[in-house]
Design a protein around this ligand. Structure first.
Ligand code: GLC
Length: 414
C-alpha cells in the first residue's frame, strides 16, 4: 500500500471518505448550454444580463439535494460559490452581482451549506479565480471578450491589483461566515502568454489567508503554486494508477460529470450508464483516489430526472458495498482478470470488484493460503473456494451474475 506525500491541510478524513458531490450552479443554468456559455458565445455583460434579471429558482430544495447526496453515500460536497461568470451565490458585501439581487432574493450558499451539514456531509467551496464579469479582471486569451473589436480600449483602466484585493475580501467572507469549511477549490490557472497564474492571483497570499482562517482546510492544486497543493484534481479522466507528482504519490481526487457538462446542460446527451458510474467510483478507489461526482441543478433549483436517477444508481450500489469504498485504498496484490481490488487500511479485508462477470470461476493468484473466508458483499452469502499447490485460489461463483451493477467478493485474509 502506498503512503501519499504528507499534506498541510487535514486529509485523513478525506482519504477515508472517498466520495463527494460537486455542485455547479449559477446563472448558466438558465441558458442551459454549459457553464462556459458566456465565454463560448463571446457574450458581453449586456447579453448575459437577462439571466441575472430573471434568476428565480423557485423549486430550490437544498434539503432534497442533501438527502440524495447522503443516500448516494457521498460524504462531502464542493459547491461553486462563484464560477467564471463572476456570479456569487452568497450575500457578499463586495459586489452587487449576487443571488440576493436577483428575483430570488435570498442567499443560496447558506441554505445549501446548512442542508448538507445537517446530514453530516462536509463542506467545500469552489471559488473561481477567473471572473468574466469583474471590471478589473483584464481581458485575456480565455475571456468572453477576447475577440471583441475594442478589446484594447476595454482593457484600459482594468487593474488586477484591485481584483486581487476583491478576491481576498471574498475568500475572507467565505471562510469566516459559514462555519467550518473543509475544502477550498480554487479554479483555475492558465499561465503563459496572455494567460494568468500565481502572480496574477497572488496565490501565495490566497493560500496564507485560507490557512489562517481555516487551519485544517484542504487546498486543491489549481493555484499554479505547487507548494500550496494538498490534493491533485485530474478532471474528466480516469488515471490508470495512483497519481504521482514529481515521482511521489499524492492525495488525489478526480472530478467527473454524469454527462459532459458541469453546469446544467439541457441538450447534452452523453449521460453515463449505471455500470460505468459504478466502475468509475471503483476504479478511482482501486487506484488510491477520491471521486467528486458532479450535479448541475436546473434554473428551477432542481436536480433533473437524469441526475436524480444517476444518484440513485450510487445509492443502490453503495447500500450493499460502501465498506469496499470507505476507508479503502489500492491493493498491491494482483487483480484477477476483469476485476479491481480495494482493501481496507490494515489489509485484512480485500474486496474483489467484478467488472466482467465470468463463468463459474474466479482465480486469485498467489494468495490462496491467506484467504480465511469469502463472501459476496451484497447479500453476505458464502463463496466456496479451493486452493492449489501454487497458492492459486479458485472461487466458485454462481453461474448467473447477482442483480447488482458490480458484484463484490469480500476476502477475509489471514
Ligand atoms: C474546468 C472548467 C470548469 C469546471 C471545472 C471543474 O476547469 O473551467 O467549468 O468548473 O473544470 O473541475
Amino acid at each position: 500500500m502506498l503512503n501519499p506525500k504528507p499534506t498541510k491541510g487535514k486529509t485523513d478524513w478525506f482519504v477515508r471518505d472517498r466520495f463527494g458531490m460537486f455542485i455547479h450552479w449559477g446563472l448558466y443554468a438558465m441558458p442551459a448550454r454549459h457553464e462556459w456559455v458566456k465565454q463560448r458565445e463571446e457574450m458581453t455583460d449586456e447579453q448575459y444580463e437577462p439571466f441575472f434579471r430573471r434568476f428565480n429558482p423557485r423549486r430550490f430544495d437544498p434539503e432534497h439535494w442533501a438527502d440524495l447526496a447522503a443516500a448516494a453515500g457521498m460524504k462531502y460536497m464542493v459547491i461553486t460559490s462563484k464560477h467564471h461568470d463572476g456570479f456569487c451565490l452568497w450575500d457578499t458585501q463586495h459586489t452587487d452581482y449576487k443571488a440576493t439581487n436577483t428575483p430570488w432574493g435570498k442567499d443560496l450558499l447558506k441554505a445549501v451549506v446548512e442542508a448538507f451539514r445537517s446530514r453530516g456531509i462536509k463542506v467545500g467551496f469552489y471559488y473561481s479565480l477567473i471572473d468574466w464579469h469583474h471590471p478589473d479582471f483584464t481581458i485575456d486569451r480565455i475571456h468572453a471578450l477576447r475577440n471583441h473589436p475594442q478589446r484594447e480600449q476595454l482593457n484600459v483602466g482594468r487593474d488586477m491589483s484591485r481584483y486581487r484585493a476583491y478576491m481576498k475580501k471574498q475568500v475572507r467572507e467565505l471562510l469566516s461566515n459559514f462555519g467550518k469549511i473543509d475544502i477550498i477549490w480554487y479554479d483555475f490557472s492558465y499561465p503563459g502568454a496572455d494567460g494568468k497564474g500565481r502572480d496574477d492571483w497572488d496565490s501565495a497570499g490566497l493560500e496564507a489567508l485560507s490557512r489562517s482562517l481555516q487551519p485544517d482546510i484542504i487546498i486543491n492544486n489549481r493555484l499554479d503554486l505547487p507548494s500550496a497543493a494538498d490534493i491533485y484534481t485530474p478532471e474528466q479522466v480516469q488515471p490508470r494508477g495512483w497519481v504521482h507528482v514529481d515521482g511521489e504519490p499524492v492525495v488525489w481526487e478526480t472530478c467527473q460529470t454524469f454527462s459532459g457538462s458541469w453546469g446544467y446542460h439541457r441538450d447534452e446527451a452523453t449521460w453515463k450508464s449505471p455500470g460505468q458510474l459504478i466502475r468509475m467510483l471503483v476504479n478511482t478507489v482501486a487506484t488510491g483516489g477520491n471521486l467528486l461526482m458532479n450535479v448541475g441543478p436546473t434554473a428551477m433549483g432542481e436536480l433533473d430526472a437524469r441526475a436524480e436517477a444517476a444518484l440513485r444508481v450510487y445509492e443502490n450500489w453503495m447500500n450493499g458495498h460502501s465498506e469496499a469504498i470507505y476507508g479503502c485504498t489500492a491493493s498491491a496484490l494482483p487483480a484477477p482478470a476483469d476485476c479491481r481490488l480495494t482493501q481496507n487500511e490494515n489489509g485484512d479485508a480485500l474486496y474483489c470488484h467484478i467488472f466482467a462477470y465470468p463463468f463459474k470461476h474466479l482465480y486469485m493468484d498467489g494468495i490462496g493460503d491467506r484467504i480465511e473466508y469469502a463472501e459476496f458483499l451484497h447479500d453476505g452469502s458464502q463463496i466456496h473456494f479451493s486452493v492449489d499447490e501454487s497458492k492459486v485460489a479458485r472461487l466458485e461463483l454462481p453461474v448467473v451474475q447477482p442483480p447488482v451493477e458490480v458484484p463484490v467478493v469480500k476476502l477475509h485474509l489471514r
